[in-house]
Design a protein around this ligand. Structure first.
Ligand SMILES: Cc1cc2nc3c(=O)[nH]c(=O)nc-3n(C[C@H](O)[C@H](O)[C@H](O)COP(=O)(O)O)c2cc1C
Length: 385
């Protein structure tokens, strides 16, 4: 898309997506739970981290290469799992996965994705991770894990912070509730965004492509989503980690932990990594900002366990601040969704490049030519953050 180079920040990309997407779809992405204070606090807490730069260091050659789970990635930021993304752009999941491949960063496919495990496996040649929303029956969970293994997924991410849906009031007010129905208001909203509407009408309606295999044959896009929502397990406990660990021998990651005690327990149960996350503020509005709990979690689990941070990242310096406070890696959710909603794969690439360039400046200005140097910076949160 012409003009992408004029988008200088993730905030610009957000505005561009807001102009291009029907309100109900933009709000689905941008919104969060209840008063959305948790979402706001995520970014405010990242902004509040102060980092002391070091000077008189040769920063002439800089690299963002980062090791994680035995692989070298070109940047320390991957793409978080997101459901229903094809509402934003046809084949948005593929756009996200391909942009991640091109940047050599991880892409995590959601159980609630609108592209199947098999299609993503083929498109990426197995270079993706699979995120599991545990379903209420064991057979479906085992089958989802089998499908991820057969598609050569490199890691399994179990999301634990969504045992019950968050109260997303923008969605409720917009009529964006399950089962999805096209109300006159939504049709008008779509018609006012002609290019989005033309793309939407020219393609099959987005549906939960991985979950479709377990639903009745006549399930529509809307009833499928309700089918899945009704089957998300509310009874998953620590005891279930053992059988998952037994059937999955590649890296196993828990997403959504926020307490040091939980991270220590995960480590003891053989979990390889934790995504310190509050789901971008979409679940528990009163949850702490992940950046605020990260130092205590790092202190509790020790230096070896992989800690990945998401929620609130809108700047390359946010990635730097997370690495300075103990993260090994980071993820973004909305930053790349704003990109895909603006311009498909090119928009995702632009979002990733904005973050890369900002992180490069952060490295140059703090005296950190290598990503590994960032952990040695003096950085801190004000006491109240
Ligand atoms: C539209 C949307 C859909 C999401 N769907 C999922 C999902 O299916 N599974 C999951 O584990 N997390 C999901 N998340 C949470 C993201 O994986 C991630 O934790 C969050 O977006 C990070 O915060 P950020 O958006 O501020 O970067 C979703 C987030 C958004 C914005």
């Amino acid at each position: 898309m012409a003009g992408l180079s004029r988008i200088l920040t993730i905030a610009d990309m957000r505005k561009a997506a807001q102009r291009r997407l029907p309100r109900a779809i933009f709000d689905f992405v941008d919104g969060a739970a209840e008063d959305e204070q948790g979402k706001a606090h995520n970014t405010q807490a990242l902004d509040a981290v102060r980092v002391t730069p070091n000077y008189l260091i040769d920063i002439g050659v800089r690299s963002q290469k980062t090791e994680l789970f035995g692989q070298t990635w070109d940047r320390p930021v991957g793409i978080a799992p997101t459901g229903m993304s094809n509402l934003l752009w046809p084949d948005a999941d593929l756009c996200l996965a391909r942009a991640a491949l091109a940047a050599n960063v991880p892409y995590i496919l959601s159980t609630a994705a609108t592209t199947s495990i098999e299609d993503i496996g083929k498109a990426t040649d197995g270079r993706f991770w699979f995120q599991l929303y545990a379903q209420s029956d064991l057979e479906t969970n085992l089958d989802l894990i089998r499908r991820a293994r057969e598609a050569s997924a490199q890691a399994l991410v179990l999301t634990v912070d969504a045992p019950y849906p968050g109260k997303r009031e923008r969605d409720m007010r917009n009529g964006f509730v399950l089962p999805l129905r096209m109300t006159p208001k939504m049709l008008l909203d779509g018609a006012l965004h002609t290019r989005w509407a033309m793309r939407f009408l020219a393609n099959p309606a987005p549906r939960l492509a991985t979950i479709a295999a377990y639903a009745p044959d006549n399930a529509t896009a809307g009833t499928l989503a309700a089918f899945m929502a009704a089957r998300i397990s509310q009874t998953l406990t620590w005891d279930d980690l053992a059988w998952i660990r037994d059937v999955w021998d590649k890296p196993f990651i828990l997403k959504g932990l926020q307490s040091p005690a939980d991270a220590v327990r995960a480590k003891a149960l053989g979990v390889d990594g934790v995504i310190v996350s509050n789901h971008g503020g979409r679940q528990l509005d009163s949850a702490p900002a992940p950046i605020g709990v990260l130092p205590a979690i790092r202190a509790a689990v020790g230096p070896e366990m992989a800690l990945i941070l998401d929620s609130g990242i809108r700047r390359g310096s946010h990635i730097g601040r997370a690495l300075a406070l103990g993260a090994d890696f980071t993820l973004v959710g909305r930053a790349t969704l704003y990109g895909v909603g603006t311009a498909g794969q090119a928009g995702v690439e632009r979002s990733l490049d904005i973050l890369r360039d900002e992180l490069d400046r952060f490295q140059a200005q703090t005296g950190c030519p290598e990503i590994g140097d960032i952990g040695g910076l003096e950085a801190g949160l004000p006491a109240a953050a």
